[in-house]
Design a binder for this molecule. Sequence first.
Ligand SMILES: NC(=O)c1ccc[n+]([C@@H]2O[C@H](COP(=O)([O-])OP(=O)(O)OC[C@H]3O[C@@H](n4cnc5c(N)ncnc54)[C@H](OP(=O)(O)O)[C@@H]3O)[C@@H](O)[C@H]2O)c1
Length: 289
Amino acid sequence: MRRVVVTGAGGQLGVELLRRIPEGVEATGLDRSALDLADRDAVLATMQRIEPAAIINAGAYTAVDRAETESEAAYRANAEGPRHLAAAAAAVGARLLHVSTDFVFDGRKSSPYMPDDATAPLGVYGASKLAGEQAVHETAGVDALIVRTGWVYSAHGQNFVRTMLRVMRERPEVRVVADQVGTPTSTATLAETLWTLLGREAPAGTYHCSDAGAASWYDFACAIRELAQAHSGEKLAPVQPIATADYPTPARRPAYSVLDKTATWAITGAAPHWREPLRAVIETLLPAP
Ligand SMILES: NC(=O)c1ccc[n+]([C@@H]2O[C@H](COP(=O)([O-])OP(=O)(O)OC[C@H]3O[C@@H](n4cnc5c(N)ncnc54)[C@H](OP(=O)(O)O)[C@@H]3O)[C@@H](O)[C@H]2O)c1
């Protein structure tokens, strides 16, 4: 049995990882109440006690807009956390799989971002996650994979799909930005990719993971509405496209953050087009008529 610790186990990704534990793996999930990543001594003591072969870090401060005014909290979880995890992983000889974000990029490209493209985050969240990546790289002796993803959703937790389904019932019309393009990523794809990278002993380095294809938030919202209406028969509010300039938010976001997954898929096989896992999540969330 390979022992694996999943940190941040109470979040969208953490829950999914623990639902999909591969055969031959004994996984211990630690949510924030069981292990605060910002507590260096606790991180080290926990890993020394469990002696895992690998650590998957699914914990993070993910409130992109709030991070603009809570930068200390964002850096504690997203930069100090991975620093402590990397040090503990090196100390006990565990492999570290750390999850990062497409928001490390500024979005000025118009073709998918490669893992070694220049980073230039636009906001505090992206900057704190980039600091986490750097902290992992700076740790001597750590065997680490950094897996960047974006636009994550699942049937549980806080995400765009669940928010859209709620507001499409509450409002006569829903306005969604059409000039930010990325790729929706189900936690199913992300969790499977992480377990596969670990199981196939992928070389250390930086990887990209999302579902296949690309979409604007407007396209994503339209697909949610279409799939939800088709499945449940319920009439939902129509979606209107708007520009980012018409929907000011505290944090700036990249206009384009599609990730190139060639290197990841060479190891894991290709992910499905983003509509497929979206359909599965909608069918879980909504009863059929
Ligand atoms: N969600 C997205 O769209 C998205 C996009 C790109 C990348 N990612 C990355 O994907 C990974 C998983 O994200 P997710 O969507 O599963 O996020 P999530 O649902 O917000 O889960 C993150 C979990 O981390 C926990 N956490 C926060 N601070 C912590 C700390 N100091 N110590 C231990 N746990 C802590 C949170 O606990 P509390 O709830 O108690 O705070 C939460 O349970 C993260 O690395 C995130 O940066 C996510």
